[in-house]
Write a protein that binds this ligand. Sequence first.
Ligand code: FCB
Length: 487
Amino acid sequence: MTAARTQSAPADTAVSAFPAGFLWGAATAAYQIEGAVDVDGRTPSIWDTFSRTPGRTAGGDTGDRATDHYRRYSQDVRLMSELGLGAYRFSVSWSRVQPTGRGPAVERGLDFYRRLVDELLEHGIEPAVTLYHWDLPQDLEDIGGWPARDTAGRFADYVALVAEALGDRVGIWTTLNEPWCSAFLGYGSGVHAPGRTDWAAALRAAHHLNLGHGRAVEVLRAALPRDARIAVSLNLHEVRPLTGSAADREAARRIDAVGNRVFTGPMLNGSYPEDLLADTAHLVDWPTLVHDGDLATIARPIDLLGVNYYSPTVVSALPDGQAPDSAAAARDAGHGDGAQSPFAGCADVLFHRAPGPRTAMGWPIDPTGLSDMLLRLHREHPGLPLMVTENGAAFEDVLTDEGRVHDPQRIDYLREHLDAVRQAIAAGADVRGYFLWSLMDNFEWAYGYGKRFGLYHVDYDTQTRTAKDSARWYAEVIRHGALPDPA
Ligand code: FCB
């Protein structure tokens, strides 16, 4: 296992310096970058099916080609090396490794990840593997998907195959990326694959994702060397009530339950919160859903909690007598026109976008949400190291005739959010690293290729990568292990 690159800050930047050993990374996900969807034995995942269904993604975009990373991975590792990355977080495509979601591994599929890991290690970059970033093999969806209990077991078997292939060379393992999105956007609001709109199914999916996580932790613990670090990445919602009224605080409590504690409760405390069970009892029969022993499995200790953060969530109670308008609620929550609110059983909660600057996604920019979330986790789960596994922003980037992308807004966003991380560390939070989303522009799910989050601009016709100004800026931050002055 290769030691990550770390730097100590020069004395004059000590004030904004990060701790020695802080891991500087960037992140991607398989379906968003790989392309090559039908080579070397890969079969469709739910995202292939969903994106090929008319009306599901902006412009009908699919991940068929994406950034062609499957073929261009060596070039992309060189870009990471130019940035000076200490670590790279990528996900493994389940249907490349185990096309039907069961049975033996396809070696050609695993070989791609073996080559990628080798290339990273040769460049001194620590690989951080995400085992599931939303791309369930379609064959498993066809027999029930995550709402079916069996999928948790299938996931554990797949994890064993990947651990066997890469376990000797990968030190950081993330079981799931943002299971909230898989469960509630995939099976509740339907804006993500597989596009189902059934609250009971969404809650069952949440439990089986939790169970899949716990079983994966068991498999990884048994298969990996003792110094491997096992994590899960959650998109925890920094929920804020619009006012201090009792009704708005109650709305915030409910969103916190079904947005956050539905995962942190069983994973970190060994139980589902009582208020969540009561709030959703009309949607799902929890005593039937949760079998004896499940909670002990889900609560297997992890070594790191991955936090993905983009924006805070501001909520209020629906005024008395006003009928819920779930389409508006979903729109205001930033989850697309026409969809229902992705928060199960919360159609009477209103979502607000704070005034002030926003990204091209329409997401308000508020770095205090990140520091507040890190400090809350530090308070509630003392002793559990944290890692920011995603943070970044889309803006309307323009490639100039001179081949430059001037993206001062992204630099500002990154500086402010990294400063929020630094402040959380100064206040006691044990944050071990930061993975910027994303290394390069890519397929942004239902938004297609229109939203660009990358440090590298990608011309999707020629597949040319161009460093944005933010890439140069981030390289400087990494080099000094500290934030430069804004001037
Ligand atoms: C997160 C996803 C990631 C990317 C960013 C913008 O929710 O995990 O794949 O789409 O949002």
